[in-house]
Design a protein around this ligand. Structure first.
Ligand SMILES: [Zn+2]
Ligand SMILES: [Zn+2]
Length: 428
């Protein structure tokens, strides 16, 4: 019975290479990249030109570190080109090449984030922009400070937990366990990479209070994923002290896996000290090559350690090619960060075999979304599939870093892992 419906599901074609995405995507992944164009025609072209690339696949290869691709002469040029991908008039969507001679795009001096072609456009846009200008100021700082994730300055090390996992219910419980957070942030701020960053960025260095907060926001986005996995373990009453756990991250994105390190989920060692071994397998078509791309465990891994591996491909294919051949353990839990299947038909079709598989194999599943509205649409889809929804709501470990919709800067920013859905098996 289980196998039959699973096989039926695998007849549905995989995520198509191109389809018309919605305009709301936050990240420049396969759907988000082209969706930039639905609001600002030509924007994805501009990005490619700035980065000296001919198409999306070259862009992808370059960000995956595989191609000659992005080659900047120096950091100044790198930061400049990155900033230029945000340059268009927020009011009339004019790109730099559409300006008349002598005209230049001027940045909003309050947020240093959005651009206007004329004073007129800025005036016209202010009623909308003023609602998000303050938050976009933070976003503009974060998109530069984020570079410190690639230099290795972030994430900063964290402390052993003085409370049990069940006592730590939100950031407010987690933060007091980190005694000297300021000294760790100071060390980054006085480091050579921070100096290089602000020497080369095309804007003045913000003050240290702003920078400390930005460092924390970026760290919180990173930790949000780990703590959400820990929360999911507890939601399903899984006991990492009783037996080793295998956790699959379905639809692991470009964002999660680029520059990922083998230690990325070590906060789980603080959360469940002396656990029996936790295995994290990241699976997704956008998985970026790196040290984490290695085979999953066949037998149980080492105790007190988190073992990360990754597989590039759709989750249901991974299941057929690896799990069913017993080359990987069946998961105790599947977590998906922002699967985004509510956004359009193409993504629903791409996710459908995976969703049916999770349902028919009765696998504890825990997905996150960017907003309350996404939560509503996602719940509708899961209910149509007769999923048994156990719980849903705001995530107490929501990322603190606002995410801007690049092509629609005045849309209210969203936050990673803002809400969660916890589901398992078929609705009775
Ligand atoms: Zn304009
Ligand atoms: Zn502004």
């Amino acid at each position: 019975m289980e196998n039959k419906s699973h096989n039926m599901a695998s007849q549905i074609p995989a995520l198509p290479q191109s389809y018309a995405p919605g305009p709301d995507s936050v990240f420049s992944d396969q759907s988000g990249f082209y969706s930039l164009d639905s609001n600002v025609p030509g924007l994805s072209r501009v990005i490619l030109n700035k980065l000296n690339m001919k198409d999306y696949s070259e862009y992808r290869a370059a960000v995956e570190g595989k191609a000659k691709g992005i080659s900047f002469r120096n950091y100044k040029e790198m930061f400049q080109k990155m900033e230029e991908t945000f340059k268009f008039c927020t009011c009339c969507n004019k790109l730099p090449e559409h300006l008349t001679e002598g005209q230049t795009l001027k940045r909003c001096i309050k947020c240093l984030n959005v651009y206007y072609c004329t004073k007129d456009c800025q005036r016209k846009d202010w009623p909308q922009h003023k609602k998000v200008c303050k938050t976009l100021r933070l976003v503009a700082i974060d998109r530069l400070v984020e570079w410190l994730m690639f230099t290795g300055d972030l994430p900063f090390p964290t402390e052993k937990w003085s409370k049990t996992a069940s006592e730590v219910k939100s950031w407010d419980d987690w933060l007091p366990m980190q005694e000297d957070l300021t000294s760790r942030l100071e060390a980054i701020l006085s480091g050579s990479n921070t100096t290089t960053l602000w020497k080369n960025a095309s804007r003045p260095r913000p003050d240290d209070t702003d920078l400390r907060q930005s460092l924390w926001r970026i760290q919180s986005e990173f930790l949000s994923r780990v703590l959400t996995v820990g929360m999911a373990i507890q939601h399903f009453g899984l006991d990492p002290y009783a037996k080793p756990l295998t956790i699959h991250l379905a639809g692991a994105s470009h964002n999660e896996t680029m520059g990922a390190r083998l230690t990325d989920y070590d906060e789980l060692n603080h959360m469940f000290p002396a656990h029996q071994g936790i295995e994290i397998v990241m699976v997704g078509p956008e998985v970026v090559d790196g040290p984490i791309v290695r085979p999953p465990l066949r037998a149980f891994g080492p105790k007190k350690m988190v073992y990360i591996s990754a597989y590039k491909g759709l989750y249901h294919q991974f299941w057929e090619d690896v799990v069913e051949k017993e080359e990987a353990a069946k998961p105790d839990l599947v977590v998906g960060f922002h699967p985004g299947f509510h956004a359009n038909q193409g993504l629903v079709e791409g996710w459908l075999p995976t969703l049916l598989l999770l349902r028919d194999f009765n696998i504890p599943s825990f997905f996150t979304v960017f907003s309350e509205l996404e939560l509503k649409y996602s719940l509708q889809i899961l209910l149509e599939l007769e999923m048994h929804i156990r719980d849903s709501g705001p995530n107490p470990f929501i990322s603190q870093k606002p995410e801007q919709v690049q092509a629609c800067p005045n849309k209210p920013p969203v936050y990673c892992n803002s809400h969660y859905i916890c589901f398992q098996g078929l609705l009775q």
